[in-house]
Each structure stands twice: as structure tokens, then as C-alpha cells.
Design a protein around this ligand. Structure first.
Ligand SMILES: [Zn+2]
Length: 351
């Protein structure tokens, strides 16, 4: 990975570069920010630059050619200790920090960080999901943080800062990561061949909230199919409330009986609808959003009357989506919300 492949976070890379050039790299860093915006990528890049055998240690650069760089690319560098919460666990297992019952104190991050470097001149630990550590793990880690050996670097990564113990926070240099821009997400989706076309990348990036993780969820086949189906129903003239409501309720039923998952799908549906109307509103107002969609153009052209009338009606459709979002947040019955929404969407367009 080169710095070119790290989208955004330019100022953070510059800050890390400055810290290296002044030999002021702290022993512990805490990378904080939303999930899926590239914190771990930056952590791995920093580790690779520090391990690289060819480039100066006081620069945030690496050669991609040397043994260390090759080991980093393969994920086999012996001086990098990287742990994260397994996908099926809510809490980062204590065994990853201090070893399992049979190997307590002889395995895990704390033990690994007490060892001498195997190949290079330092040991680096990356603890992803540090916000999922329980108090026992955090306290064990604290001891290691309090007694840093000369050449070690610990990088903690967290998306929920409130879940990090103040004692841990106070021993790390906090680095806050901002969200990615829409353009950055779109570019990454194309670069990683996650999106099929520029139009799809742009569309998904709009909905991603600056997170590549949310973008990847959106590209999950079922959600992408649902988005396409929803926008097709919304753009129909005349709007067919029953068909729309059926589609939506079916999609929510398909999730199964888990209420939290149903709400999540309902929120996605609202997001898809709101985004559709938002684009229509921009188009009706003559604002060039850079997205040229035939569907949106036809939808807007389908409204009779003057520009102001169209803008008002589309604005009302968008407002109705926001209302539905609030109702669902307040635990209203999802099916009922969407049934009454569907009727109202027709009513607004018929006026
Ligand atoms: Zn190298």
C-alpha cells in the first residue's frame, strides 16, 4: 500500500510524518473515528514505514521492495502483533491481550510486546476494536502502556471513544479521523472494484456517510437490489401506494423476526427514499449535483405546474420521509408506518 492508496486523512499522515522527523513518535497512539474510514489502513502504513529496511526511519515512507515491506504486504511480519474482535463476538477476548487460560502471561499482546524485536529494531501492536475491550483487558493493557520498552509502538483503534477507559485514553496520543468525502469513497469503490460503474460508485458514496464500511454494506446484493427496486417504485407515474407498501413490508419481513434487524432495514429503506427525493429536489431546483439520472429527470418532469409547485411537492415528499424516520425511531409499528406513508406519498403527488 502506498500513501496514494490511503484516501483522505492527508493532515493525519502529515502529522505522523512530522512526529517521525522530530523523533517524537509517542509509544501509544489512539486512532479514533467512525468505522470503515481507513484507520487501520493508516496504522498498517505507519507500521510498514517504521519497519521498512530501505527508507529512513524518520520519514513516513516505505520502499515496497525490501523483506520487511514484503512481509507487511503478506501479513507475516514477525514484529507486528495485530488483534481485533472476532466478528461473532461483542467483546475483544481477554485471551488476545494476556493469553488464554493455559498460556496466561505467555501469549497475547502484553507478552508479545515484552519480547525483543525478531527481525527489525522494534515491535508494533495494532489493537483494532479497542473500544470492545472489557475492564479486565483494559487494565491488563494499561500495565504494558505504563511501562513502555524503548522500541515499541502500540496503536489502538476505536470507533466509540466513550467505551475507552480514561486511564487508557490518558496514556495514548489521540488522533481523530474525519469522515471520507463522497468523492473519496467513490474513488475507493472503483479502485477496489467494489462498484461496477462510476454511476453506481457515486450513488453508493452519496449514501455512505463517508464510511467505506457502510458503502460495502450497501453494495451487499440484497440491499443494492432493494435500493434499485425502491427507486423504481418511487419514480412510477402514477405512484402505486399498495405495490410500494407491499414491496417494503416484504423486504422487512424477509429479514426475519429480529426487531433490531427489521428496524435497520426500515432505516435503509427510508434513506433510499429520502435520497431519491433529495436528488429530485436538486434537479427540480436546477442544481447540478453531478449525477445525471434519467429516472430522476423523468420523475421531476412528470409533475405538472410551475417550477415552484414542483419544488414544493417534492419538498413535501422529503419531509414525509423525515417524519417516518422519526416515527420508526420512536418504535412505532413499522408496517403501519409504511402503509400510511405510502398513502400520503400518493396524496402529495395527486394534489
Ligand atoms: Zn521496504
Amino acid at each position: 500500500m502506498t500513501t496514494d492508496q490511503i484516501r483522505g486523512h492527508r493532515s493525519i499522515l502529515e502529522m505522523l510524518d512530522r512526529a517521525l522527523s522530530r523523533s517524537r513518535m509517542p509509544h501509544a497512539l489512539l486512532f479514533a473515528g467512525d468505522a470503515g474510514i481507513g484507520k487501520k489502513r493508516v496504522a498498517l502504513h505507519l507500521a510498514q514505514c517504521l519497519f521498512c529496511l530501505q527508507t529512513p526511519a524518520d520519514e513516513l515512507t516505505c520502499c515496497h521492495e525490501c523483506n520487511s515491506c514484503k512481509q507487511m504486504a503478506a501479513g507475516t511480519h514477525p514484529d507486528l502483533i495485530s488483534v481485533e474482535c472476532p466478528p461473532d463476538k461483542a467483546i475483544l477476548p481477554l485471551s488476545l491481550i494476556i493469553g488464554g487460560d493455559d498460556h496466561r502471561g505467555r501469549e497475547g499482546v502484553c507478552y508479545e510486546m515484552s519480547l525483543r524485536p525478531m527481525s527489525g529494531n522494534r515491535r508494533i501492536a495494532i489493537i483494532d476494536d479497542a473500544d470492545k475491550m472489557n475492564a479486565e483487558s483494559a487494565n491488563a493493557l494499561l500495565k504494558t502502556l505504563e511501562e513502555p520498552t524503548a522500541n515499541y509502538l502500540m496503536i489502538l483503534i476505536a470507533s466509540e471513544m466513550d467505551s475507552i477507559l480514561p486511564t487508557i485514553r490518558s496514556r495514548c496520543q489521540l488522533i481523530r479521523f474525519g469522515r471520507l468525502s463522497e468523492a473519496e469513497v467513490a474513488e475507493l469503490l472503483l479502485q477496489q472494484q467494489l462498484a461496477d460503474s462510476e454511476a453506481q460508485a457515486a450513488q453508493i458514496a452519496r449514501l455512505s456517510e463517508g464510511s467505506l464500511q457502510i458503502a460495502s454494506q450497501l453494495l451487499d446484493d440484497n440491499l443494492e437490489e432493494l435500493r434499485v427496486s425502491i427507486t423504481r417504485h418511487l419514480s412510477k407515474k402514477p405512484f402505486q401506494p399498495q405495490v410500494f407498501a407491499q414491496t417494503v413490508i416484504q423486504a422487512i419481513d424477509d429479514v426475519g423476526g429480529n426487531t433490531a434487524a427489521q428496524r435497520k432495514t426500515a432505516n435503509w429503506i427510508i434513506k433510499f427514499c429520502a435520497d431519491f427525493y433529495h436528488q429530485a429536489l436538486q434537479h427540480a431546483s436546477g442544481y447540478n449535483s453531478g449525477i445525471d439520472s434519467e429516472q430522476i429527470r423523468k420523475f421531476v418532469a412528470g409533475f405538472s405546474g410551475e417550477t415552484e409547485d414542483r419544488i414544493e411537492k417534492i419538498g413535501n415528499l422529503l419531509d414525509r420521509m423525515i417524519q417516518t424516520e422519526e416515527q420508526i425511531d420512536k418504535n412505532a409499528t413499522i408496517a403501519l408506518c409504511f402503509e400510511s406513508l405510502s398513502e400520503d406519498l400518493r396524496g402529495i403527488q395527486m394534489k
